[in-house]
Design a protein around this ligand. Structure first.
Ligand SMILES: NC(=O)c1ccc[n+]([C@@H]2O[C@H](COP(=O)([O-])OP(=O)(O)OC[C@H]3O[C@@H](n4cnc5c(N)ncnc54)[C@H](O)[C@@H]3O)[C@@H](O)[C@H]2O)c1
Length: 393
């Protein structure tokens, strides 16, 4: 017999699973994080966060001490828990179609452990229609399947979870009500939708952001080609002109979600939604464009290029699908000397940011970590500041 206040999170040692588990146990639930990542399981059980996520390190230490949370690789422990929340990865393949092998085969395993009163909640960002597919796999064992997409920005889970409206959809009334019950404890507002609506809300949200960033990136490219300052133009566009206030900065739009979810949506539309693929070409094309521009202007052969920031976003250590890393690899492939630094991501080749600046001819701010904002970069260095991070004196 499972216990009501017990929640299992599969993919629990991941970037979505761990913070969600911590948020739930801070509200009185007992949480079991199920994962196959042995090293991260070990770290979590020692009270060590495996990655950077604001506020989680302290909360994890506290919850481990109180024995409210632990991690394991044993799937049969689901028999203890009423709720099973699935936060597995949902990658795309090299043709930008969903690669659901691992995700789907997990449910074939899970169904052997399911009882009819379990509440199974999918939290991952999924290709539209996948909930129905999963339901067909598990329905003879359990019919309570919900889809409640995660919508936080990585690094800000604990701050954003209580603020964001939670979308809840499900195959049965019981699944919807029970999911509402658990998420009401950690979220401000619950909105019930159909499953297909919830699936699209998640993908539309990420695709919308991805396209928005690509617009600024395209403007930035145009300014570079004209020898103009994008940030001067952007500032004037926004000055006393409300309609333009939300124009994002340019920058490396990267990470494990935005591109992937835009491509899931594109695949759903048989890759005929050209705005999505154009956004991808612009955003993913930035590192090569940047290199080409520098190469046209300077003789890079004898130059040292310093990269400041390697993670895919600021104040984070995650390098998944980082364009800073892609840029670094591209420059290296051209046999040009590079130096690298990051404030969060650890790598044996990293050196201190000030040494990078001192020893490089060209400095590229690839990730806008706050620590770079006040750096003094002498006028005789070439600075590439795509994010417009460093204030001009
Ligand atoms: N990272 C984000 O900011 C974010 C935000 C919203 C939604 N999402 C979505 O959430 C999902 C998870 O993303 P993530 O960033 O947490 O990924 P992640 O790779 O950090 O976490 C996935 C975890 O699942 C584990 N895992 C893989 N296969 C397993 C299996 N068969 N059994 C048990 N554990 C297994 C992995 O070891 C990993 O720890 C994706 O669909 C993603 O699109 C992510």
């Amino acid at each position: 017999m499972f216990k009501k206040k017990y929640v299992c999170i599969v993919g629990g040692a991941g970037h979505i699973g761990t913070p969600l588990g911590l948020a739930l146990c801070s509200k009185g639930y007992n949480v079991i994080l199920i994962d196959k990542h042995t090293e991260n399981i070990k770290k979590i059980n020692q009270g060590i966060m495996p990655f950077v996520e604001e506020g989680c390190a302290k909360l994890l230490r506290k919850m481990i001490k109180k024995k409210k949370i632990f991690a394991t690789n044993k799937l049969d422990i689901t028999k203890k828990c009423k709720y099973i929340i699935v936060c597995l990865g949902t990658p795309v393949d090299n043709k930008f179609n969903p690669n659901l092998k691992n995700f789907i085969s997990f449910f074939y395993n899970l169904r052997n452990h399911l009882k009819k009163n379990h509440i199974v909640i999918i939290r991952s960002s999924i290709y539209p229609g996948i909930c129905n597919k999963v339901f067909n796999i598990i329905k003879n064992h359990c019919k309570n399947l919900s889809y409640c997409p995660e919508r936080i920005a990585q690094g800000k889970s604990l701050i954003e979870l209580p603020q964001i409206s939670q979308i809840i959809s499900g195959k049965s009334v019981k699944a919807r009500l029970e999911s509402g019950k658990i998420f009401r404890k950690i979220c401000k507002k619950i909105i019930y939708t159909k499953i297909i609506e919830a699936e699209l809300i998640k993908l539309f949200s990420n695709a919308y952001r991805y396209i928005n960033f690509s617009i600024s990136n395209q403007f930035y490219l145009m300014c570079q080609n004209q020898g103009l300052d994008f940030y001067k133009i952007r500032n004037i566009m926004r000055d006393n002109y409300k309609r333009n206030t939300n124009i994002p900065t340019a920058g490396f739009t990267a990470g494990p979600c935005l591109l992937k979810d835009t491509m899931q949506l594109s695949s759903f539309y048989r890759h005929k939604f050209s705005l999505l693929s154009s956004a991808m070409s612009i955003n993913e094309g930035l590192p090569k464009f940047m290199f080409k521009k520098l190469n046209e202007k300077y003789n890079l052969k004898n130059k040292t290029i310093g990269i400041l920031g390697l993670s895919f976003k600021s104040e984070n250590d995650d390098i998944r699908d980082s364009l800073s890393i892609k840029l670094l690899k591209y420059i290296k492939s051209k046999k040009i000397k590079t130096l690298q630094s990051d404030e969060y991501y650890k790598d044996k080749n990293n050196i201190d940011k000030n040494t990078v600046v001192k020893k490089s001819d060209i400095i590229i701010i690839a990730t806008p970590h706050k620590a770079y904002k006040k750096m003094r970069i002498s006028k005789n260095k070439i600075l590439v500041d795509i994010w417009g991070l460093i204030e001009k004196k």
